[in-house]
Write a protein that binds this ligand. Structure first.
Ligand code: HEC
Ligand code: HEC
Ligand code: HEC
Ligand code: HEC
Ligand code: HEC
Ligand code: HEC
Ligand code: HEC
Length: 380
């Protein structure tokens, strides 16, 4: 939600596509994307039966290199169990299989900012949203649900043929335990009937790829249809440790040490760079980020802190990267004091044994009641 990469080119492209789509539109929303790919007459979900040679090569690449999280449990159960608790393991779910699909099935939702209502249905293994647009009912398949729901879950659809997508206007908020308007979609309150805007924010190919690259372990190259079986969903072990099939095979023969780590996390700068690919630092925060939104980008903040700059701190100093974030403040205070109570390092002149986080890493509201702790540790 709210990654604002909005190259005007894609806006234009989508508009052009929509002009055509509207004139041929059937009742199924995919037609909003139709003719976007000149090779195909109708959007398709590819099945193993109909896979092209390129798709088969991609599938072979996945199965030859990736072992999947379950393959790690027998030897690394501690990391595996922690990972199951972390949002990383649930950050992209096929919509029809999500718990949200069960909750919404058969219900409808009135948009609080538009004179519009959405109805939901689960049919076989697909999930649909429908609405009345330009005087007729339009029905759209919802393919993915992004976010574990710690804060929120936002649905998106990706058209396998064209690679274009849409971020829906309704998001499930944990703090409301209900649907609300997807953050930043207020700017789509006024929309052009008969276009994809009636469902939400159209996503160009680049935007679709950005979303899934940050929420998944492996994403197929652009020439492969963006259908479900070509993705490795969620931020799994192999997103942070690289493809480890060889390691699993060698470990089974007692030769694990012959598969050296693909990525190491010993150097704090390198460590930060890896997390910042998704959590973002000064190199990739959206250019229109408002100051109060910066707390969402932990590597950005931490890298600006003297604590990081003048020690060898990483995210692991305070978090187990495999686990859910702890909210045990006494534990964080102990970590602060491990550096800030010795004679060489500065102690706090205000509350040397107080609640460090409240003053030095305060929670900041980002949007819709969702808060992030400011990781730029500094004098308040
Ligand atoms: C059959 C047992 C076994 C399985 C299965 C296994 N590992 Fe390992 N792994 C080991 C052993 C043994 C070591 C220690 C190797 C060494 O000392 O160099 C290790 C070390 C590691 C390390 C630390 C060193 C490094 O390579 O970075 C990581 C990370 C790791 N494994 C990830 C994984 C992942 C991810 C999976 C699942 C895809 C997995 N392992 C599956 C046995 C296993
Ligand atoms: C491929 C993108 C990606 C990478 C790389 C990544 N993260 Fe994440 N991280 C996410 C996403 C997406 C979420 C939100 C998960 C959710 O839906 O709850 C997240 C959530 C988290 C959380 C909160 C987990 C919880 O459930 O409380 C922590 C902590 C975290 N990441 C730490 C790290 C650290 C440390 C690194 C680097 C070693 C890292 N992440 C690398 C994408 C990534
Ligand atoms: C640059 C990487 C990046 C991109 C691009 C990105 N996300 Fe995320 N997303 C994250 C990270 C990291 C988190 C966890 C921290 C946070 O909530 O900001 C996250 C969190 C979320 C959450 C909240 C999860 C929870 O319950 O806490 C949702 C929902 C979400 N993203 C949806 C999307 C959608 C939809 C898109 C595309 C339109 C998208 N994201 C694009 C990295 C990204
Ligand atoms: C968000 C990134 C991320 C994910 C996902 C992730 N790891 Fe790690 N892993 C790390 C980092 C960073 C370290 C280095 C630990 C440190 O700095 O304390 C590490 C260390 C390890 C180690 C070495 C043990 C140690 O304490 O040094 C093993 C083994 C391991 N991970 C296995 C796994 C397995 C198995 C999974 C999936 C169940 C997994 N990791 C998922 C980031 C990740
Ligand atoms: C790994 C060691 C380490 C840890 C852990 C650590 N810091 Fe620091 N911190 C430093 C160093 C080094 C400096 C700069 C020199 C100094 O002030 O001692 C610093 C500086 C600071 C400053 C002054 C910042 C400025 O801009 O002048 C504050 C405030 C601070 N730390 C608070 C905290 C809090 C709160 C925590 C726990 C959430 C924490 N630190 C954890 C090492 C650490
Ligand atoms: C009630 C708010 C509050 C709490 C709680 C608090 N601090 Fe501070 N801290 C401050 C303020 C304000 C300053 C700046 C004082 C000044 O410059 O006169 C400060 C300064 C610091 C400094 C920089 C000192 C220097 O001279 O550069 C460090 C380090 C620090 N705090 C660490 C901590 C740690 C560790 C904790 C938890 C044990 C903590 N603080 C708890 C408000 C707080
Ligand atoms: C000095 C300690 C410290 C370091 C280092 C640190 N964090 Fe945190 N982090 C915290 C604290 C404290 C919280 C708030 C926990 C709570 O809710 O009580 C937090 C919360 C989070 C959250 C949950 C969302 C939020 O902001 O409340 C994420 C995600 C996260 N950290 C990621 C990271 C990543 C990624 C890194 C490395 C770039 C990192 N953290 C480094 C102390 C740290």
């Amino acid at each position: 939600m709210n990654d604002r990469i909005d190259p005007p080119f894609f806006k234009k492209l989508i508009l052009a596509i929509l002009m055509i789509a509207v004139s041929v539109a059937g009742l199924l929303g995919w037609s909003y994307f139709q003719r976007s790919s000149d090779k195909e007459d109708s959007p398709r979900e590819s099945t193993p039966m109909t896979m092209s040679p390129a798709e088969r090569r991609w599938q072979a690449f996945l199965s030859e290199n990736f072992a999947g999280d379950r393959a790690c449990v027998e030897c690394h159960s501690e990391q595996f169990d922690a990972q199951q608790r972390s949002g990383h393991s649930r950050t992209a779910t096929p919509m029809a299989e999500s718990s949200l699909a069960q909750i919404l099935n058969g219900k409808s939702y009135d948009d609080p900012r538009r004179d519009q209502s959405f109805s939901f249905s689960r049919e076989q293994d697909q999930f649909f949203v429908s609405t009345i647009d330009a005087g007729r009912e339009v029905k759209f398949p919802v393919t993915w649900l992004l976010g574990s729901g710690t804060h929120a879950r936002t649905p998106v659809s990706i058209d396998p043929g064209s690679g274009l997508g849409v971020e829906f206007r309704w998001t499930w908020f944990a703090n409301l335990e209900a649907l609300g308007v997807t953050p930043d979609h207020e700017r789509f309150d006024d929309y052009q009937p008969g276009t994809l805007d009636c469902f939400g924010r159209p996503l160009g190919k680049t935007q679709v790829r950005a979303c899934v690259t940050c929420h998944m372990t492996a994403v197929p190259p652009e020439e492969i249809p963006a259908s479900r079986e070509h993705f490795l969903a969620n931020v799994g072990c192999e997103r942070c440790h690289g493809p480890r099939k060889k390691h699993v095979e060698l470990a089974h023969q007692g030769r694990a040490e012959e598969s050296p780590p693909l990525f190491t996390y010993d150097d704090p700068e390198e460590y930060m760079d890896r997390c910042a690919q998704c959590h973002r630092d000064e190199t990739n925060i959206p250019s229109d980020t408002a100051p109060h939104e910066l707390a969402r980008f932990q590597p950005y903040g931490l890298k600006r802190s003297r604590c990081f700059q003048e020690s060898s701190m990483t995210c692991s100093t305070c978090h187990d990267p495999h686990d859910r974030v702890s909210t045990d403040r006494a534990q964080y205070r102990r970590i602060c004091l491990s550096c800030h109570s010795s004679s060489e390092q500065t102690a706090c002149p205000i509350e040397p044994a107080g609640k460090c986080i409240e003053c030095h890493m305060p929670a900041v509201e980002w949007s819709s009641g969702i808060e992030f702790h400011d990781h730029e540790i500094r004098v308040p």
